[in-house]
Design a protein around this ligand. Structure first.
Ligand SMILES: NC(=O)c1ccc[n+]([C@@H]2O[C@H](COP(=O)([O-])OP(=O)(O)OC[C@H]3O[C@@H](n4cnc5c(N)ncnc54)[C@H](O)[C@@H]3O)[C@@H](O)[C@H]2O)c1
Length: 458
């Protein structure tokens, strides 16, 4: 079969994989190839055991793989054959040198740009899918245009707004698709080509066009706003605990104001995920670079409140368990940073587990999808931490359970049975406010939830 277009995606991670699966499924006349330097990941994408868990992903992969969707490690061949190259490599926070701890580490991106330059022998559109600092496209264009070859490599920004756990639905029914390009004739032509891809399934009013800098900055800003809402409600949760106001009631009352809206107002142990913290710190760094100290401080406080909320959770466990957890078995229900994913990057559970181990607790971790990643995250803690898929077994002989991920399954467990198997007094710390606290209290548990008055028997 002759395909109309050859699309390549460099980076087969949480974004590159699902995004290309969706494009392949909606555009059967396009050939979509996804490449990665990680051979194991590509092997898994080509197997029945995909490297990431996302509801609905397996079915779509089965429908498209080896028809118009291909996973490969041959990056050079992929570059040569492609008309359009999406770059979806990781852009973590820099851990060294200037900007360490805040700036985005662009080494993977730059390496990819140089690889494209070295292997491209025809004109191509390069699409920034990764989240990048505003004005990165300029730097990329400088690298890409450093070629003596008579080809053009036009950079377009198309940041991804999917959320893990709902990626397939988000990709299929996006609130918006954002496509930014230079406003030159070449830039506008490239923009049109990317719009055409999405127009296969996204209505035109949801495809937003902008200049390239606006597109880059909008992604960072959207994540900063989302995280800010969580830190705002979490800050108020602390005040609720002091005043007997109930955070869920406050959030409901606040969120029904149509100017505010109900989303992202759920108080919790804190936000995690690979993006919020790194993107805000990146925004902070950019502001500092432009001499905007007040703006930088404003956004940095969103991250500080999050770290404080995680610390508060541990302190709350400690003070209520008679100021010591040394030698006590403590179960963590959930390790993924949110439900419906196995991703544990920046999960509050990592911080909580480490904090409890520092206090000499014996920590048992349970999660339906994230135990493999949890083992990697905590590998240095060795015998201080154990892993148990079955929550009933995990709870046996523990003094307390902390709910750290809002998995549905934790709502429906037989807590009478769990209570029977625990040491008394038994404690539950609900870091996601998903359980029926009154019922648990009546069963005999001492219950501590975020932003609520404690329910305790002593
Ligand atoms: N995870 C999310 O929910 C999400 C949502 C929106 C945007 N983003 C952004 O998308 C980008 C990718 O995020 P992710 O979560 O998919 O990361 P990821 O770590 O899951 O995937 C990145 C992949 O790129 C590969 N890679 C790195 N350098 C490469 C190279 N030179 N050649 C080929 N492959 C290379 C890595 O091996 C890895 O598999 C980041 O910039 C992130 O901020 C992520």
């Amino acid at each position: 079969m002759d395909f109309e277009k050859n699309i390549l995606c460099i980076g087969a991670g949480y974004v590159g994989g699902p995004t290309m699966v969706m494009i392949a499924s909606k555009c059967p006349r396009y050939r979509v190839v996804v490449v990665d330097i990680n051979q194991e990941k590509i092997r898994d994408w080509n197997s029945d055991n995909l490297p990431i868990y996302e509801p609905g992903l397996d079915d779509l992969v089965k429908k498209t793989r080896d028809k118009n969707l291909f996973f490969s490690t041959d990056i050079e061949k992929g570059i040569k054959e492609a008309d359009i190259i999406f770059v979806s490599v990781n852009t973590p926070t820099k851990t060294f040198g200037q900007g360490a701890g805040k700036a985005a580490d662009l080494q993977y991106w730059e390496r990819t740009a140089r690889q494209i330059l070295a292997n491209a022998d025809s004109s191509k559109i390069i699409v920034e899918k990764s989240t990048l600092p505003v004005r990165t496209a300029k730097a990329m264009e400088r690298i890409l245009n450093g070629s003596p070859k008579e080809i053009s490599l036009e950079v377009v920004s198309n940041p991804e707004f999917l959320a893990e756990g709902t990626a397939i639905n988000d990709l299929e029914n996006p609130d918006r698709v954002l496509i930014g390009s230079r406003e030159t004739p070449e830039g506008m032509r490239a923009r049109k080509e990317i719009v055409e891809i999405y127009a296969h399934w996204v209505t035109r009013d949801r495809i937003i066009e902008s200049n390239v800098w606006s597109a880059e900055l909008s992604k960072l800003t959207a994540n900063a706003f989302l995280a800010q809402r969580i830190s705002s409600i979490n800050s108020i949760s602390a005040l609720c605990e002091k005043t007997e106001a109930d955070i869920d009631e406050v959030a409901y009352a606040v969120g029904t104001d149509s100017r505010i809206g109900p989303y992202f107002l759920k108080a919790s142990v804190g936000f995690g995920g690979s993006c919020f913290k790194k993107d805000i710190l990146n925004l902070v760094y950019i502001c500092q670079n432009y001499g905007l100290e007040e703006v930088a401080d404003y956004w940095e406080s969103v991250v500080k409140i999050n770290e404080w909320q995680e610390r508060r959770f541990i302190n709350n466990m400690l003070s209520n368990m008679f100021d010591t957890v040394a030698g006590k078995r403590v179960a963590l229900f959930g390790f993924a940073f949110k439900a419906n994913t196995g991703d544990t990057r920046e999960s509050p559970a990592i911080y909580i587990a480490r904090g409890l181990v520092e206090e000499y607790a014996q920590v048992v971790i349970s999660d339906p999808r994230a135990l493999e990643n949890a083992r990697k995250d905590l590998k240095d803690l060795k015998e201080r931490v154990t892993f148990e898929m079955d929550p009933y077994k995990a709870a046996e002989g523990t003094h307390s359970i902390a709910i750290l991920t809002e998995w549905e399954l934790y709502k429906d467990l037989d807590y009478e049975r769990i209570h029977e198997s625990m040491v008394r007094p038994a404690f539950i710390f609900d870091g996601r406010n998903i359980l029926d606290h009154k019922r648990l209290f009546e069963m005999g548990f001492n219950v501590f939830a975020i932003g609520k008055a404690p329910l305790k028997h002593f």
